[in-house]
Design a protein around this ligand. Structure first.
Ligand code: ATP
Ligand code: MN
Length: 562
């Protein structure tokens, strides 16, 4: 008798857990073949990766199983979402982002505080380090999926990672291929090597920390070292789209988008992190096209992603029911705190970070519109979170003002999304997406101007930030008011609403809007001291002009957003 403990039991004869020694020889041969030919996974040798146990596009339930088995700390919330932790980095690390300087692209890239150059050799060193690390892993995960819903422009993306949570995250955030599409996927256009659990070598040329996020447009690759924050992967994909799309006359935009369920015409909401793109796009009266990254082509708009990545801090079922419900089985909850007894998540707990997040496939939203494409926008909305409380809740912009505000991208960095930002900081982030731009902001601004003109879109500036005084004195604009403003834009009410031209910024302030108190609409009236308002507004207007001039002269920027 030969005792067997754990062998594939499908093709072998068993007698009460023991294999009969009298069994025919062929059976032993079959047995030994099975042992030698261990189920080998997806082949990554073309990527220089020789790990045998590679799962490609596993189902979410399989990724749950992997995460629970192999990652201590990972668990399941009472809602069914997978709870995972990104370790030390709980936000993006823009100062550690590098772009390979290559003769093919160097004239195109807007070098400076957003795109720090990296030489090719150093990129190869970091890439090798990432692969070396991945090669030490017992098991790896591959997600092959698309970026961009319009088949004309979509990219085939491959993510190679060692954490099941990262795989589930990108399964949610990219556009999931059908089985048939996966079978004929072929070679990817863009590869993400996520070795975030392993640091960069700080003595490697040009490294300023143990974190490095490096993109090469020529190789079509992103290498991640020293950060496990999942958002780096999705914004890395956005960066390559921001490089490629303008070469095809397509505008890539850091915005959310919704569409009218009847006419199909869309609107886009631009805004830096925390300004309300995701929150305001969860609107039951509209179809959801996407919450963060879109492109505007001659055919209309399309989402880059297959999922949403919502801020979860202070999330409540009452205020944001759709997002709350979307954080169920299949969703990833990142860096949240839960109680041991019930695995109930406390969304008000910011102990780990202000930047708690939930990533879910867009189908989890009841108003999702599939495929995530829509007609040309009727309205382009710039969301700004003004920490000084001087910008009006809503103003109508002339084409010139639109370009000025778009290129400036004034906002406040709200606590959380970037490491080290714990209270609002006034900043300028060109095109409301500075950290992800590749070309000079003017390139995107020209494309926007062209499309707005051609499709006669209205452009609005909406302040979702402070009102009645600066941060510390005034209050953040109440969400229902901002929702009412966005509704009134969509219904066309604001197009004909009365306006008041204020002298400092020259903005046409909308002075009447359904469901918003009149006294809130004109910020000077909402401040306790009009003189204090004038002084603060004047200072801010001056910094707008300084920033704009610096951008146009190519000189150093003031409070640039890294
Ligand atoms: P990111 O680019 O990081 O995803 P985002 O623009 O999508 O950022 P949201 O996730 O929508 O930002 O976050 C906006 C946050 O601000 C939410 O937590 C929302 O509840 C809160 N908030 C408070 N007041 C308002 C308001 N008036 N308008 C919009 N959001 C508000
Ligand atoms: Mn968002």
């Amino acid at each position: 008798m030969i005792s067997l403990t754990a062998v594939d039991d499908r093709n072998l004869l068993w007698h009460d857990g023991e294999l009969d020694a009298e069994a025919p020889r062929s059976m032993f041969l079959r047995l030994s073949q099975r042992i030698v030919m261990m189920p080998s996974g997806f082949d990554l040798t073309a990527h220089g990766i020789h790990v045998r146990n590679v799962l490609r596009n596993p189902a979410p339930s399989r990724l749950y199983e992997e995460a629970i088995r192999h990652e201590s700390g990972t668990t399941i919330a009472d809602s069914g979402a997978l709870i995972a932790y990104s370790g030390q980095k709980t936000g993006r690390s823009p100062k550690d982002k590098r772009v390979v300087r290559h003769e093919a692209s160097e004239k195109n890239v807007w070098w400076g505080p957003v795109n720090f150059p990296l030489d090719e050799l150093t990129f190869m060193i970091n890439r090798e380090r990432a692969k070396d690390y991945l090669n030490t892993r017992e098991r790896l995960y591959v997600i092959d999926a698309y970026a961009g819903w319009d088949p004309k422009y979509r990219l085939k993306v491959r993510v190679i990672c060692s954490r099941p949570y990262h795989a589930l995250f990108m399964h949610n955030m990219l556009i999931r291929p059908s089985d048939a599409e996966l079978a004929t996927f072929g070679e990817p256009d863009f590869v993400v090597y996520n070795a975030g659990q392993f640091p960069a070598n700080r003595y490697t040329t040009g490294m300023t920390s143990g974190t490095s996020v490096d993109v090469s447009f020529e190789l079509g690759e992103l290498v991640i070292l020293g950060t496990e924050y999942a958002g780096e992967m999705k914004k890395g994909v956005f960066t390559i789209m921001n490089y490629l799309m303008p070469t095809k006359g397509v505008l890539s935009m850091h915005c959310s988008a919704t569409a009218d369920p009847v006419t199909g015409r869309s609107s886009v909401l631009f805004g830096l992190s925390g300004t309300g793109k995701t929150t305001l796009s969860a609107d039951p009266k509209r179809k959801l096209i996407g919450d963060d990254e879109h492109c505007w082509s001659n055919d209309g708009i399309f989402n880059v992603e297959g999922g949403c990545y919502a801020k979860a801090i202070y999330l409540s079922r009452e205020r944001e029911p759709e997002i709350f419900e979307a954080l169920r089985f299949g969703a990833v909850l990142e860096n949240v705190v839960y109680d041991d007894a019930h695995h109930h998540v406390d969304f008000n707990d910011a102990t780990i970070t202000q930047n708690t997040r939930g990533a879910y496939p867009i189908e989890h939203m009841p108003n999702a519109h599939l495929p995530c494409m829509a007609g040309h926008p009727t309205d382009v909305i710039f969301l700004t979170c003004d920490a000084f409380g001087v910008l009006p809740p809503v103003s109508r912009l002339t084409p010139e003002q639109a370009m000025f505000h778009f290129v400036n991208g004034y906002t406040a960095k709200v606590a959380g999304t970037e490491m080290g930002v714990n209270e609002p900081q006034a900043t300028f982030s060109p095109c409301f997406g500075g950290p992800f731009l590749v070309w000079h902001p003017n390139k995107y601004a020209e494309l926007l101007a062209e499309k707005v003109r051609e499709h006669r879109a209205n452009v609005w500036l909406v302040n979702t930030g402070w009102s009645g005084g600066a941060y510390g004195v005034g209050q953040r604009m109440k969400l229902p008011y901002t929702r009412a403003i966005v509704d009134a834009i969509h219904s066309g009410t604001l197009k004909d609403a009365p306006t008041h031209t204020e002298p400092i910024f020259g903005l046409s302030i909308v002075s009447r809007c359904p469901c918003v108190p009149d006294e809130m609409l004109i910020p000077r009236n909402a401040w306790a001291s009009p003189d204090a308002y004038d002084a603060t507004a004047t200072k801010l207007a001056e910094s707008f002009q300084r920033n704009y001039d610096a951008l146009q002269s190519g000189g150093p920027l003031g409070a640039m957003d890294g």
